[in-house]
Design a protein around this ligand. Structure first.
Ligand code: NAD
Length: 367
């Protein structure tokens, strides 16, 4: 993983895929835009994802799926989606008859991810599914099996992998810029507002870990390029707080990696932080904040000198990069850098973290 050359949806478009020069323009694949149906017209879909199709080179919004006719009407009109390409959940399976839809982007509450991803694959569509991939390892495995059986791609919405500062942090950390990595610290949390599906375990699958702690977990894995061998976790939840009747609040977890790297991570629904630090023998690389929609800030301390590191504005933001990455994979046959297996790896660890916290013991993971 550490040395694998990644196929990235950032910057140079199809050229970044290493295609032979001249393919663009000759191939119908290089000019065709992959058509997406967005499923679930909530906050993230309508505010972050849908507006970014405008910046895509290889992706376009062609269909909408929602349980609310007024939303289909409003967003259909706004994005020029004809009535024939607007679906209720009851009509979802008929997307199979719409050749304009190549891929489905699932932006529903977590407990619905597996069902709609599997139905999309069965309808012959590629799937981009939001994080967390699902609410259990078993669901993740069923999603991977369904996409494989259909011969379609499955990608998880780990947008930070398409964000330039996170990409630079990976390069610097794995390249030993501040010496070999010894420790990673990663913290993600926000004070959650009451009365929403994220606080209902039946819909969310869990609390802060599923929603925001997953960024700490995923970062620890992508910064090291390793899979943890051991997990240890402690949870603190005030069950008298009405927000936390069914889901957890704070979790501190430690991951021990095979090389000896240790990651100390925080997940929280009651404190405000977002960042990580890679600490090596010669200093550290800090990204704080690390995973917001915009505004990443990097600082590097090496040999006792602290320097901010700034990057130019990217040609494509992380949302565009993510959408176009799946499209490029569909067009070229490549495997996404964040396939279903990546979501499954995180879900295995989240289950191990929950087990460790509940049983108050270390959990060893099989290789
Ligand atoms: P949201 O509540 O704003 O939207 C969810 C949508 O699902 C709503 O339109 C709702 O009507 C619809 N829905 C369909 N069936 C439902 C049901 N049975 N119960 C409740 N709602 C139902 O949530 P959101 O913030 O848009 O999150 C949606 C997904 O996107 C989640 O999986 C979340 O983790 C993910 N997300 C990812 C990011 C990111 O940065 N990658 C950011 C926000 C959300």
């Amino acid at each position: 993983m550490g040395t694998r050359r990644e196929v990235l949806g950032i910057g140079a478009g199809v050229a970044a895929l290493g295609l032979a020069p001249g393919l663009a323009g000759q191939s119908h694949a290089s000019t065709r835009k992959i058509g997406y149906a967005v499923v679930g017209l909530g906050y993230y879909a309508t505010r972050q994802i849908m507006p970014n199709f405008a910046g895509c080179e290889h992706s376009r919004l062609v269909a909408l799926v929602s349980g609310t006719p007024a939303k289909l009407e409003q967003y259909g009109a706004q994005y020029g989606i004809p009535a024939s390409h607007r679906y209720s959940y009851d009509q979802f399976d008929t997307i199979r008859d719409n050749p304009d839809i190549d891929a489905v982007y699932i932006v529903l509450p977590n407990s619905l991810h597996a069902e709609y991803s599997i139905r999309a694959a069965q309808a012959g569509k590629h799937v981009l599914c939001e994080k967390p991939m699902a609410t259990s390892v078993a669901e993740c495995q069923a999603m991977i099996a369904a996409s494989r059986k259909a011969g379609k791609k499955l990608m998880i919405g780990y947008r930070s992998r398409f964000e330039p500062y996170n990409r630079l942090a990976i390069e610097l950390a794995r390249g030993g810029h501040v010496g070999p990595t010894r420790l990673v610290t990663a913290e993600h949390g926000f004070p959650i507002k009451p009365d929403q599906w994220r606080l209902d375990k039946a819909l969310s699958g869990g609390g802060s870990m599923m929603d925001i702690g997953i960024y700490s977990l995923n970062a620890a894995r992508y910064l090291t390029g390793e899979e943890p061998a051991e997990v240890s976790a402690v949870e603190s939840t005030d069950r008298s707080d009405p927000r936390f009747r069914t889901v957890e609040d704070r979790v501190s977890f430690v991951l021990r990696f095979p090389s000896g790297i240790q990651a100390n991570c925080i997940s929280s629904y009651s404190s405000a932080h977002n960042g990580y630090r890679v600490i090596g023998t010669q200093g550290w690389i800090a990204l704080e904040p690390a995973t917001p929609y915009t505004g990443q800030a990097m600082t590097i301390r090496k040999d006792n000198v602290t320097t901010p590191r700034t990057l130019p504005e990217p040609a494509r933001n992380q949302f565009v990069g993510q959408l176009d990455h799946l499209a490029e994979c569909v067009l070229t046959g490549a495997t996404p850098i964040v396939p279903g297996e990546e979501g499954l790896a995180d879900m295995r660890l989240i289950e191990a973290i929950y087990r460790s916290a509940a049983e108050r013991r270390h959990v060893e993971l099989k290789a």
